[in-house]
Design a protein around this ligand. Structure first.
Ligand SMILES: *[C@@H]1O[C@H](CO)[C@@H](O)[C@H](O)[C@H]1NC(C)=O
Ligand SMILES: *[C@@H]1O[C@H](CO)[C@@H](O)[C@H](O)[C@H]1NC(C)=O
Ligand SMILES: *[C@@H]1O[C@H](CO)[C@@H](O)[C@H](O)[C@H]1NC(C)=O
Ligand SMILES: *[C@@H]1O[C@H](CO)[C@@H](O)[C@H](O)[C@H]1NC(C)=O
Ligand SMILES: *[C@@H]1O[C@H](CO)[C@@H](O)[C@H](O)[C@H]1NC(C)=O
Ligand SMILES: *[C@@H]1O[C@H](CO)[C@@H](O)[C@H](O)[C@H]1NC(C)=O
Ligand SMILES: *[C@@H]1O[C@H](CO)[C@@H](O)[C@H](O)[C@H]1NC(C)=O
Ligand SMILES: *[C@@H]1O[C@H](CO)[C@@H](O)[C@H](O)[C@H]1NC(C)=O
Ligand SMILES: *[C@@H]1O[C@H](CO)[C@@H](O)[C@H](O)[C@H]1NC(C)=O
Ligand SMILES: *[C@@H]1O[C@H](CO)[C@@H](O)[C@H](O)[C@H]1NC(C)=O
Ligand SMILES: *[C@@H]1O[C@H](CO)[C@@H](O)[C@H](O)[C@H]1NC(C)=O
Length: 502
């Protein structure tokens, strides 16, 4: 799921058949957004908005040619704060400096001062009170509360996390907690965020979306320690392979690690490449740790090819052959794969003369069947080429998108959301994840699933929406990718906790 440009290589094709591919979700939720004290000079309108909620497990994106409206459509009501479109720059700057503390916290445990400011609140308790922590606690109370929390829990929490994080603890089962000590890095301190994910740089003013911490029910996630992570990957290659959502996660990882590097010059792209959304071939070297953090684009993990069908040469997908870029993944020490969003009806020409095995181009093949075959090809490549004593293999489950009231190309939106959903009422777990799980179970190489689907489902507030570009001229919103700092940081905290537990 590379963005706009790569789609333009695939010219508009008429969709021949329309059918529902993905499991549908129903959800009905009301959420409330609090008035920001710091923006109290703005005019707020509490506006009840009625949205159609249509949710698709396919994170289809801006710039793609077709997106069939899938899933159940359901109205829901929110109370939203409408931020006036004309906001003067001075105010924007003030807000920026107000949140300036976070650059110090980047990549490290927060110091005592930060800890004191850590007004951690339960999502539920916030809901119940309907007020912000700032309103609920006086500054003094906040300090006392936070300090005692710190004293009481800091040591046991860490010990518990080390022992229990992964073993026997379902990290996917939990809730989001508002935590002022987040984000883990400041947008301004990270030079690797590209335009599509640079929400703040593109004018998004609300920041709360970057201040949520994932709290598993049965244990604690260890706080990401960039120094420790860099020590864990010293002399190694950490490689992300997949679509643009994996690029999203990879950029997040670069930012998280960069916080622990003293001399920024000692981090660079091996061939001097600049990150753009068009290319997908990067290796960033962290000189002090002799390690690289790499990303290779592969939409399907198998080989995108061409074949003659009748008179025409058509693009095909070789579901029986691993992506030709695989030679670069091979020597990695840690591999993080994903594929999901491109397995959609319209991105695969409805399966009509698209999937190829050997010389056979299937006149028609169902997308689930094709994906299963492709992942089987991937799995046997891993089993054959990867030495499990050297390489740890991860597969990230699919990330949800949150288009409301339409699809990416029919007015679907998520701009209004500045707060996570109270609850998700997804009725079905995405079929693509089930396919992945089933295939992974049959493999001889141990593959860890990074199960991020459900936790991300709450995070309607985490998408770039109209802030995926410098200029908000387009009506098309991006409710598929994720702002940085933001939700992918949590995926990397999960990755970190898995690595640490070995
Ligand atoms: C694809 O085929 C499988 C098995 O033949 C079937 O269960 C599934 O419903 C089909 N999916 C679609 C989208 O047609
Ligand atoms: C939000 O969640 C809480 C706890 O799960 C629930 O009690 C409350 O009714 C929910 N609010 C809405 C509007 O759904
Ligand atoms: C962000 O969260 C804080 C703390 O919960 C709250 O006071 C503030 O109003 C929120 N801002 C917005 C724009 O929702
Ligand atoms: C909901 O979406 C449907 C189809 O996209 C549209 O016909 C209908 O007018 C929408 N309703 C509202 C309230 O937006
Ligand atoms: C959504 O709400 C609108 C107006 O309230 C109504 O006309 C429409 O039928 C509703 N759509 C659904 C799917 O409930
Ligand atoms: C992060 O890890 C490093 C190396 O293990 C350690 O020295 C440091 O104290 C850790 N930082 C925090 C805040 O725990
Ligand atoms: C913030 O508070 C929570 C208590 O719920 C604690 O687990 C966490 O470690 C605190 N973070 C910091 C940086 O003190
Ligand atoms: C959050 O609230 C729930 C129920 O109100 C409670 O059981 C849980 O301990 C709280 N968690 C934290 C971190 O405060
Ligand atoms: C992922 O997490 C969800 C929610 O906890 C769960 O329903 C699902 O079974 C999990 N999948 C795997 C492979 O653990
Ligand atoms: C990636 O870089 C390698 C080495 O420079 C080059 O051989 C390869 O063609 C590149 N692949 C892509 C997809 O740009
Ligand atoms: C995870 O999502 C699936 C459907 O997507 C749902 O059935 C399940 O209840 C969810 N689990 C949690 C813990 O939210």
């Amino acid at each position: 799921m590379e963005r706009q440009r790569s789609f333009s290589f695939k010219p508009t094709r008429l969709m021949l058949f329309s059918f529902t591919i993905f499991s549908s979700f129903l959800f009905l939720s009301t959420f409330t957004i609090w008035l920001s004290k710091s923006t109290s000079s703005l005019h707020h309108h509490h506006t009840p908005l009625h949205f159609n909620s249509s949710s698709s497990s396919d994170g289809d994106t801006v710039g793609d040619n077709f997106q069939s409206l899938t899933g159940f459509t359901q109205n829901f009501t929110v109370t939203a704060v409408r931020i006036p479109t004309l906001i003067d720059n001075r105010l924007a700057r003030t807000q920026k400096s107000l949140s300036g503390f976070k650059s110090e916290a980047s990549g490290h445990h927060a110091d005592a001062a930060t800890a004191a400011a850590n007004a951690t609140l339960n999502f539920t308790s916030m809901q119940d009170s309907g007020t912000s922590p700032g309103e609920r606690f006086s500054e003094e109370q906040k300090k006392v509360e936070a300090a005692s929390l710190f004293e009481k829990t800091q040591v046991p929490v860490l010990n518990k996390a080390e022992k229990e994080t992964v073993k026997g603890c379902d990290l996917a089962n939990g809730y989001w907690v508002f935590d002022e000590s987040y984000p883990l890095y400041a947008r301004d301190s990270c030079p690797f965020i590209d335009e599509g994910f640079d929400c703040e740089g593109n004018g998004r003013l609300d920041r709360n979306y970057s201040k949520w911490r994932w709290q598993p029910r049965e244990c604690d996630l260890p706080r990401f320690n960039a120094t420790k992570m860099l020590e864990m990957i010293r002399g190694k290659r950490l490689v992300f392979v997949g679509d643009s959502i994996n690029r999203n996660q990879w950029e997040s990882m670069l930012c998280m690690l960069f916080g622990a590097v003293k001399d920024p010059k000692r981090v660079y792209e091996a061939r001097g490449r600049k990150i753009t959304k068009e290319k997908g071939n990067y290796s960033f070297r962290f000189l002090d740790y002799q390690c690289t953090v790499e990303y290779y684009v592969s939409h399907f993990l198998v080989h995108e090819s061409k074949a003659r069908v009748g008179q025409k040469r058509r693009p095909t997908l070789r579901i029986d052959a691993i992506d030709h870029g695989s030679s670069r993944w091979r020597g990695a020490d840690i591999l993080v794969f994903n594929t999901a969003h491109w397995w959609s009806h319209h991105k695969t020409q409805a399966g009509v003369y698209y999937y190829q095995e050997g010389n056979l181009v299937h006149p028609r093949l169902n997308v689930s069947t094709a994906m299963r075959k492709a992942l089987t090809t991937w799995a046997s490549w891993v089993d054959k080429r990867i030495n499990p004593r050297k390489t740890q293999v991860f597969f990230r489950s699919s990330a949800p998108s949150h288009f409301r009231g339409g699809n990416w190309n029919s007015g679907g939106h998520c701009t209004e959301a500045t707060h996570p959903l109270n609850e998700t009422l997804s009725s079905t777990y995405p079929e693509k994840n089930i396919i992945i799980e089933e295939i992974v179970k049959l493999m001889k190489t141990p593959v860890t699933l990074l199960n991020i689907t459900n936790l991300s489902e709450y995070r309607i507030d985490g998408h770039p929406s109209i802030y995926g570009r410098k200029t908000q001229s387009s009506k098309i919103q991006d409710c598929s990718h994720w702002c940085l700092p933001g939700v992918p940081d949590t995926w990397n905290e999960l990755l970190y906790s898995h690595l640490q537990s070995r």
